[in-house]
Design a protein around this ligand. Structure first.
Ligand SMILES: [Cu+2]
Length: 150
């Protein structure tokens, strides 16, 4: 007769097969989708939202949109060192993936009207770390935010 823990595990894997799979490969979970906007249609120099919160061990799909008429950066040095990047997808106007970038990502620049998706798993905690746009004058004008990982 099967022991209780083994039966419990078998039952769990039947109910949540992704749980067991994800335990071995954290990038194989279904992602938690979050969206951040760089600037706005009326060219406000802000991030919307300006505060992002993540948790270690979860796969995130951060959709980075630029609805403004100028280029903006998503620059967050400490944050970029605290996540494992699965990929970055570059989206077309019709929201189809037109390129995928693999490897460590330091910062992302999004052109007017463009969208990029950053897929990552936070691997260490971070307390209220700086996010900013590194285009000259934008940080000073208020294009800053905070990112934390718990
Ligand atoms: Cu900017």
């Amino acid at each position: 007769m099967t022991s209780t823990p083994i039966r419990a595990l078998a039952l769990l894997s039947l109910l949540f097969p992704s749980l067991l799979y994800a335990a071995g490969d954290m990038t194989a979970q279904s992602p938690v989708t979050m969206t951040i906007q760089l600037g706005s249609k009326d060219n406000q120099l802000k991030f919307y939202p300006s505060v992002l919160r993540f948790e270690t061990g979860k796969l995130y799909k951060l959709v980075i949109k630029n609805p403004s008429q100028q280029k903006h950066y998503f620059t967050a040095e400490a944050f970029s060192r605290s996540v494992f990047t699965r990929k970055v997808q570059i989206m077309s106007k019709a929201n189809k993936t037109i390129a995928e970038v693999k490897g460590h990502i330091h910062e992302i620049e999004v052109y007017p009207g463009g969208t990029a998706q950053w897929w990552f798993v936070p691997i260490k905690t971070l307390q209220s770390s700086r996010l900013h746009c590194s285009i000259k004058g934008h940080t000073e004008a208020g294009m800053t935010g905070r990112i934390s990982i718990k």
